[in-house]
Design a protein around this ligand. Structure first.
Ligand code: PMP
Length: 432
């Protein structure tokens, strides 16, 4: 046993005195998996380093944004240059226009975007805009999808389709939750029933098209197709929350993926975050010009932000988008991700461990069960203790996976084949 002091533990104890739970976002506290959270001192390419100087292969990538790995030279240069020019002006800049143009060029379903500072802000604003544009209050979301911590989105299913949702957090009044209808993901029957009951009162339906907040669960093609038809028929806006999938599962996001499978498919509104900021606080929501013109200062839906379109964040986002738009980027990233997931599956099979896995672009999930789940209830039947042992087994061997079984994983362009091999070696030992 090492006799050196554990600096992560020391920092965690210090942190808990001044920050609730010692963290600024709950999942970082390792509550689900137990043990001491690692305090990260720096990142370099595919690696992060903790307070003890220990190196980890990073499959969280700040929960998605770090698609190029840490400290990519072109991004670093853009950020350093922007920082010297000024941190924030609270006035328009050319870089915001450039970033908006770059995003729109890659996402043809949108004609305009508004930049904000977090995914939560973006989904909250999208819901307000959908309500303002349609003059309706209710909306549908799906169990297991996370859209940030806006009151009306922190809601779980009520006792039936005719009743409305229940808050999942203290501090959310039931009146706020009463307009939120929560349905089971991939359940066509519930969807039909909900539209029959509430269709004409719905402002929108918001979905994670490939859900990364219940590990990795795809919306089935028939489900997306039927949702599109129902939204059109009832005049509800179809909102793709691509905070996680945007510029991550494909250059044009999950909507590009579904457009390949459903000819002509597009959502009415989209929300982005994570990759578009390249690790800086930046997110966006966008739609047709007609919908976006309801926003202030043009229209009556109010939305604003002191740091919105921040010059350093937009520089970081733009430099990141430039790199991932290079030819072959997503093919290479997808191949890496698949090498990892195929390898994990083989290792699990060698050890007689039930295992299923799926990925798209640089986003992946795995389940310690034989078949890929289709909804949240099935995801939560995962053997939690076994997952936690696997997580710690990997962490002890220098591989940093998401510290909860309901989170997706992320591969970056900086992960080398040696990193992938080292990960599979660690998995072989951990699963044994
Ligand atoms: N939507 C989705 C799909 C997300 O995954 C997240 C964050 N994980 C959010 C919204 C909220 O984003 P943020 O944490 O930046 O507020």
């Amino acid at each position: 046993m090492s006799t050196e002091p554990d600096l992560n533990q020391a920092l965690f104890e210090r942190a808990q005195k001044v920050i609730p739970g010692g963290v600024n976002s709950p999942v970082r506290a390792f509550r689900a998996v137990g043990g001491t959270p690692r305090f990260i001192t720096r990142g370099d390419g595919a690696y992060i380093f903790d307070a003890n100087g220990r190196r980890y292969i990073d499959y969280i990538g700040s929960w998605g944004p770090m698609i190029l790995g840490h400290g990519h030279p072109a991004v670093l240069e853009a950020v350093q240059k922007a920082a010297v020019e000024g941190f924030s002006f609270g006035a328009p800049t050319e870089r915001e226009v450039e970033l908006a143009e770059a995003i729109l060029a890659l996402v043809p379903s949108m004609e305009q975007v508004r930049l904000v500072s977090s995914g939560t802000e973006a989904t909250m604003s999208a819901i307000r805009l959908a309500r303002g544009a349609t003059g309706r209050s209710k909306f549908i979301k799906f169990e297991g999808c996370y859209h940030g911590h806006t009151d009306a989105l922190l809601v779980k299913a009520g006792s039936g389709l005719a009743t409305f949702g229940n808050p999942t957090s203290a501090g959310v009044p039931p009146e706020v939750a009463q307009h939120t209808i929560v349905l089971e993901y991939n359940n066509l029957t519930q969807l039909e029933e909900a539209f029959a009951l509430h269709g004409k009162a719905l402002a929108c339906v918001m979905i994670e098209p490939i859900a990364g907040n219940m590990n990795f669960v795809r919306a089935s093609v028939p489900f997306i197709k039927r949702l599109r038809e129902l939204c059109t028929e009832y005049g509800a806006l179809f909102v793709f929350d691509e905070v996680m999938t945007g510029f991550r599962v494909a250059l044009g996001g999950a909507q590009a993926h579904y457009a390949r499978l459903i000819p002509g498919f597009k959502p009415d509104m989209s929300v982005f975050g994570k990759v578009i900021g390249g690790g800086m606080p930046l997110a966006a929501f966008g739609a047709s010009r007609a919908i976006m013109s309801h926003l202030a200062p043009l229209g009556s839906v109010y939305q604003a932000g002191t740091l919105s379109g921040n010059p350093v964040a937009t520089a970081c986002g733009l430099a990141t988008l430039r790199e991932i738009a290079k030819p072959g980027f997503f093919e290479a990233l997808s191949t890496k991700t698949r090498t990892l997931t195929d390898g994990l599956k083989t290792v699990a099979r060698e050890n007689g461990v039930p295992f299923s896995t799926d990925s798209e672009g640089g986003m992946f999930g795995f389940f310690l069960m034989d078949q890929l789940p289709q909804n949240y209830t099935t995801v939560m039947t995962t053997d939690k203790e076994r997952f936690n042992r696997f997580f710690h087994g990997m962490l002890d061997r220098g591989v940093y996976l998401a510290p909860a079984l309901y989170e997706a994983g992320f591969v970056s362009a900086a992960h080398s084949s040696a990193d992938l091999d080292a990960t599979l070696d660690a998995a072989r030992q951990a699963l044994r």
